[in-house]
Design a protein around this ligand. Structure first.
Ligand SMILES: Cc1ncc(COP(=O)(O)O)c(C=O)c1O
Length: 450
C-alpha cells in the first residue's frame, strides 16, 4: 500500500500558506482591521476554520461561484455549508424576497404564502402539520419540546458523531460508554448525562436497550449521519428505529437539514420513512434565515392544546421574527422554483461523477481512503472503508491531511466545506467544475506520495 509522506504534507502546507497570503492581500488587510472590533475578525466564530491564516472576504456569491475582494473567483462546493445548497442567490428566491421586502418584512401576522408553504411541506414530507422556525437549531429545540410535551418524559437520545445545531442535549459525545460534552463545547447548563443518552449508529440492539427504560422522550437523528463524514444506515436499520420507537412510545425526530440532499422530499420521502417529527433548515429559503418542523397527526393532537393555549407567547416555541413575511415569501419561491425534481436530476449525477473521480484517484494510488455519496453530497475520508458509526468516523480524523486538501484546493480556485472534506453540488455546478476538482485532487495526492 502506498504511503503518504507527512513531511512532504507539512512542507507543501507551508508553501501553500505562503502563496495564499501573498495572493490575498485585500482579504488579509480586511481581516486585520476586522479583528480589532469583531471577535476573531469574523462575524461568526466558525469562519475562522477556513484554511490559511485568514478567511477570504467574499464580494459576491452567485450560482456556484464566489468572488473574493482580491478578484479571485472560486468554484464553491461548500455552498454556505448547505445554506446555499441550491446555489447562491437563486433567481426565483431573489425576485420573491425583493418584492416582499417592499411589502413589509415582519408584522407578526400570517401572509398568504403561509398556506402554500404548509401545503407543500405536507405534500413533500408526508407530515400534515407544520410550523416555521428561524434556524435548524431552533427547529430541533422546538421538536424536542414537542416530544417532551407529548410523552411527559425528559431524556433525549442522539447518536455518537451527531450534530444538530447548538442544541445543548445534542452537543455530546460517547466517551468510554458515557455521555460527555462534545470536545470543545462551551459549558453545558447542566450535566448532559442528565438530559441525554448517546449510542452508536447502526446498532439496533443498543437502541433497543436505551429505549427499554421508557424515559426517553425522543430519538433525534439524521437518517444518514452527515456531520462526521457520511455514514449511511445499514439495511433494515431505520426500520428497526421505527419499530423500537413505536413500541416504547418514543417520538422519532428526523433532522433532514442536510439529508434533504437525497431528494425533493428528503431522505424520508426517498426511503418511505414514517417519522413523528421532521425538522428542516438551512436551504429552505435559499439562504434567507428560515426553518420548519412538521408533526404527525398524533403528535399534533397530543401537543396542540398547550401549544395554542393562552400562554402560547411564552411556551418556549417560536420567536419574534419567526415566520416573518420575508422568510415565508422566500420559502415559497425556493420550494416552488428552486428545490425542484429538475434541480436534483442535474445535481445527483454530477455528485456521482465527483464521487467516482475521487474513488478513481484513491484506487489508482492504492490509498487507504474512501468516498461516500449521499444524493447531492459527497465526502471523502482518510480511512479505507466507510465507517459504520461515529466512533469509527471520529477515530479516522486526520487534521493535517484535512488542512492540506482544503488549502491546496483554495489556492486552485476550489472551496470545500471547512469542517469536512465535503462537496455539495448545486443546480449551477457544471461538469467542468467537477473536472476541475478531480484534476486538482489527483494533483494534490501526487504531491504527497513517498
Ligand atoms: C443536521 C443538522 N441539523 C441542524 C443543524 C443546525 O443548523 P443551523 O446552524 O442553521 O441552526 C446543522 C448544522 O450544521 C446540521 O448539520
Amino acid at each position: 500500500m502506498v504511503e503518504i509522506n507527512r513531511t512532504k504534507v507539512e512542507a507543501v502546507i507551508e508553501r501553500e500558506a505562503r502563496n495564499f497570503s501573498k495572493t490575498h492581500p485585500t482579504s488579509r488587510r480586511m481581516f486585520e482591521r476586522a479583528r480589532k472590533s469583531m471577535i476573531g475578525g469574523v462575524p461568526m466564530n466558525w469562519m475562522v476554520e477556513w484554511p490559511g491564516a485568514f478567511p477570504i472576504f467574499a464580494k459576491k456569491a452567485k450560482g456556484s461561484r464566489i468572488t473574493d475582494v482580491d478578484g479571485h473567483t472560486y468554484v464553491d462546493f461548500c455552498l454556505g455549508d448547505t445554506g446555499a445548497m441550491f446555489g447562491h442567490a437563486p433567481e426565483a428566491t431573489v425576485r420573491a424576497a425583493t418584492a416582499q421586502l417592499r411589502k413589509g418584512i415582519t408584522t407578526m401576522l400570517p401572509t398568504e404564502d403561509t398556506i402554500w408553504v404548509g401545503e407543500e411541506l405536507a405534500r413533500r414530507f408526508g407530515l400534515p402539520y407544520w410550523q416555521a422556525a428561524m434556524t435548524a437549531t431552533d427547529a430541533n429545540r422546538f421538536a424536542l419540546r414537542m416530544a417532551r410535551e407529548a410523552t411527559s418524559r425528559r431524556k433525549v437520545l442522539v447518536f455518537n458523531g451527531c450534530y444538530h445545531g447548538t442544541v445543548d442535549e445534542a452537543l455530546v459525545r460517547l466517551v468510554n460508554g458515557r455521555v460527555a460534552p462534545r470536545e470543545g463545547a462551551m459549558p453545558h447548563p447542566i450535566d448532559p448525562e442528565l438530559t441525554t443518552k448517546v449510542i452508536e449508529f447502526n446498532d439496533p440492539a443498543a437502541l433497543d436497550q436505551a429505549l427499554a427504560t421508557g424515559d426517553v422522550a425522543a430519538v433525534l437523528m439524521e437518517p444518514a449521519l452527515t456531520n462526521c463524514g457520511i455514514i449511511l444506515p445499514e439495511d433494515g436499520y431505520l426500520d428497526a428505529v421505527r419499530e423500537v420507537t413505536q413500541r416504547t412510545g418514543t417520538v422519532w425526530i428526523i433532522d433532514e437539514t442536510h439529508t434533504w440532499c437525497e431528494g425533493p422530499g428528503g431522505y424520508t420521502r426517498a426511503h418511505g420513512l414514517k417519522p413523528d417529527i421532521i425538522t428542516l433548515g438551512k436551504p429552505i429559503a435559499g439562504g434567507i434565515p428560515a426553518a420548519a418542523f412538521g408533526l404527525s397527526k398524533e403528535l399534533y393532537e397530543k401537543t396542540i392544546h398547550n401549544m395554542l393555549a393562552e400562554t402560547t407567547g411564552v411556551n418556549g416555541l417560536g420567536g419574534t421574527l419567526t415566520g416573518n413575511a420575508l422568510a415565508l415569501a422566500a420559502m415559497r419561491a425556493t420550494l416552488e422554483k428552486v428545490i425542484t425534481p429538475k434541480a436534483y436530476n442535474h445535481m445527483i449525477p454530477l455528485a456521482k461523477k465527483f464521487h467516482e473521480d475521487v474513488q478513481q484517484t484513491i484506487r489508482e494510488h492504492g490509498l487507504p481512503w474512501h468516498s461516500v455519496q449521499l444524493g447531492t453530497r459527497v465526502e471523502y475520508r482518510f480511512r479505507a472503508t466507510p465507517p459504520r458509526n461515529g466512533e469509527e468516523a471520529i477515530a479516522a480524523k486526520d487534521p493535517l491531511l484535512n488542512k492540506y486538501v482544503h488549502l491546496y484546493d483554495l489556492n486552485r480556485g476550489i472551496l470545500l466545506t471547512p469542517f469536512h472534506n465535503m462537496a455539495l453540488i448545486s443546480p449551477y455546478t457544471t461538469r467542468k467544475d467537477v473536472d476541475l476538482h478531480s484534476n486538482v485532487f489527483r494533483e494534490s495526492v501526487r504531491e504527497i506520495l513517498s
